[in-house]
Design a protein around this ligand. Structure first.
Ligand code: PMT
Length: 307
């Protein structure tokens, strides 16, 4: 935990940190009086800059499908603080990929001239998305906050967790972001663009302290905390998830394998190992695995609040 504290001392808060913090404080303050639980969903990947004036950075595969889809299913019971990577997928708008936007529109002619319309076969789905999105926005049930780099993400994660600690057991953390384990500290990073004329590039990255320990023990100690464990080797998945649970002593680890993450995940707790899978008929009916994950978690969090 001393390493986590040192990391925050040695890294600067992101540019718009205070504005974001104020927004989060206001959002959470509304919930302190009521009993609606709040879930903090982290979503998307973090970048690791190679230069102070950043031209190049290391990134990862995550586009935020897990986090953005999950947010939509949590609204049955939870309000959502959605901490997401800039330009990654967001709840509801994820159904409208930019590349398909022009394909769902058509031009119609009537007495008043040309009109831009949504194609008939797309109207029902779009109306449903818009109604749900507008109602969530109108009721103030969603706050979206963006990050880009690893350092931005960790400062926002710590601030959000500390603010949410006032909610006690009504706070739920769902840590689905793909967070870099390696970074270049500011004092070891060149300020200006690395010049190719200097020859091949050799990088030395340092380990990012694991923040889960500080989060569970110090920042938001009464919360229900679910972390994710991503592996590419199926033989490692459950063992690594169990190790994480033992080390950080939170409530649940959801294990997933890179190639199969959209079809199956495993819930690992102190007492069980439970696979959640999409069956053939789920796939045919367009069911998303996040609907099953969140349904189970909402019930688990409800029970946790009653203990
Ligand atoms: O966005 P998608 O394409 O839909 O992909 C979803 C996903 C595969 C990214 C998601 O389901 C997932 O598995 N996210 C976690 C990936 C990950 O970072 O795993 P990890 O084994 O590196 O980290 C495990 C946990 O430690 C994470 O919950 C993370 O929040 C936490 N961590 C990570 C780094 C760090 N320095 N401190 C941490 O506490």
């Amino acid at each position: 935990m001393a390493e986590a504290a040192k990391f925050f001392e040695e890294t600067a808060e992101p540019a718009n940190f205070n504005e974001n913090k104020t927004q989060i404080e206001r959002f959470i303050a509304k919930h302190n009086e009521g009993c609606t639980p709040v879930v903090l969903i982290t979503s998307g990947g973090t970048t690791v800059p190679l230069e102070g004036n950043t031209v190049r950075f290391i990134d990862n595969f995550s586009i935020g499908t897990r986090g953005s889809a999950s947010a939509e299913y949590f609204w049955t019971r939870h309000d959502v603080l959605f901490l997401h990577r800039h330009r990654s997928l967001q709840p509801y708008t994820r159904h409208l990929p930019q590349s398909q936007l022009l394909d769902i529109l058509e031009v119609k002619n009537d007495d008043e001239g040309q009109k831009l319309c949504v194609k008939n076969e797309k109207t029902a789905k779009l109306l449903d998305i818009i109604h749900k999105y507008q109602s969530v926005q109108k009721e103030g049930r969603l706050l979206m906050v963006e990050f880009t780099s690893l350092v931005d993400y960790l400062h926002l994660l710590r601030a959000s967790s500390l603010i949410m600690s006032s909610l006690g057991k009504n706070a739920f953390l769902y840590l689905a972001a793909a967070v870099s384990d390696f970074y270049i500290p500011k004092n070891k990073m060149p300020q200006h663009k690395i010049q190719s004329s200097n020859g091949p590039l050799q990088l030395s990255l340092e380990l990012v302290p694991k923040m889960l320990e500080a989060l569970v023990k110090n920042w938001v100690s009464s919360a229900y905390v679910v972390s994710f464990k991503l592996e590419t080797d199926p033989n490692l998945l459950i063992v690594k998830a169990q190790q994480s649970l033992e080390k950080y002593e939170h409530q649940l680890v959801i294990g997933n394998i890179l190639d199969t993450r959209k079809f199956e995940v495993v819930f690992v707790t102190n007492s069980e190992t439970d696979w959640i899978k999409l069956e053939e008929n789920d796939l045919q009916n367009g069911i998303e695995i996040e609907s099953k994950i969140v349904k189970s978690l909402v019930e688990r969090h409800r029970q946790f609040c009653c203990e």
